[in-house]
Design a protein around this ligand. Sequence first.
Ligand code: NAP
Length: 317
Amino acid sequence: MQTTTLGRTNLTVSRMGMGAGGPSRLGQRTGNTESECADILRQAFDAGVNFVDTSDTYNTEPIIGQAIQGRDRSRIVISTKKSTRRKEVTPKTIEANLHNSLRNLETDYVDIYSLHGVVPQDYDYLVSDVYATLQKAREQGKIRFIGITEMFNEDMTHITLRQGLEDDLWDVVMVGFNILNQTAREAVLQKAIQNNVGVQVMFALRKALSQPEYLKDFVAHLIQKGEIDPADVDMQNPLGFLDASTASLPDVAYRFCRDEPGVHVVLSGTGNPDHLAANVASFQRPPLPEADVQRLRHIFRNVVSTTGQSMIEGPRA
Ligand SMILES: NC(=O)c1ccc[n+]([C@@H]2O[C@H](COP(=O)([O-])OP(=O)(O)OC[C@H]3O[C@@H](n4cnc5c(N)ncnc54)[C@H](OP(=O)(O)O)[C@@H]3O)[C@@H](O)[C@H]2O)c1
């Protein structure tokens, strides 16, 4: 497994990170027992993945706590978060939450503690009233680095992270980026490179990037919306031009994100051991041919209205 340095944190991290949230939650959503979920994580650790992302709301912190038992904690990078969307967040709730996270994770520090899913309208309050509590927790050694994650499906122009990078208060950001929606390249990744900020990518694999039939419908939908030029794609086989060595749609989706400048860790969530093995193999493959990367950049260059999950996306009322 390739590793890299997570920006200014200097943490050594695997390019593939286990996402313990998302649609799978390590398989909790598809009926895995807790012990099967922990086995998924152990399989990832054994394959060289040393990064795992969770949150107070995913119900996976205790599973991570189980899976790290007997391993060298200093080699595992744990990212957890405090949800902020429609939640009361105060210095007190942050302190209580962090305490719970540490207990659930069976550890005495987290490597990256982030404010989770920050929408633009909450950002100023969180900086003015809550950020100091994160700094205090860092001084106490309970967290090593402070991060922020966006609510990509509501904030597709990355308003929160653009502001966050301008303020330069955050060691690590988590941004939505994938083949279909590449808006983070200019809005977030360029500035993150300049500021040496660690970057985790979420949403690398979406429904339209794991199901070829859905991708066809999706591309037709985006042509209709004027976001893809029909002259650029074969509607019957939109990614048919890809190099024959490409293993699958998820394989292309992960390698495309992995090799995007500015990206350190690409999160990948699954509850399925075969998917995990396939995803690990993708992260071990060489870069996609440059001609394919350029064509993917070109086809989807104007797509701004979707994360690739559904044809109806956008801010909640
Ligand atoms: N705002 C935020 O901070 C925020 C929001 C969302 C997510 N996150 C974090 O980011 C991580 C990544 O989230 P995500 O939304 O990108 O989704 P994800 O958790 O990576 O889920 C990927 C989905 O694709 C499926 N899948 C995985 N590998 C596959 C393969 N090889 N072939 C076919 N299907 C495959 C999985 O189902 P199977 O179980 O069937 O494999 C799952 O449904 C999350 O786990 C979470 O840690 C953060």
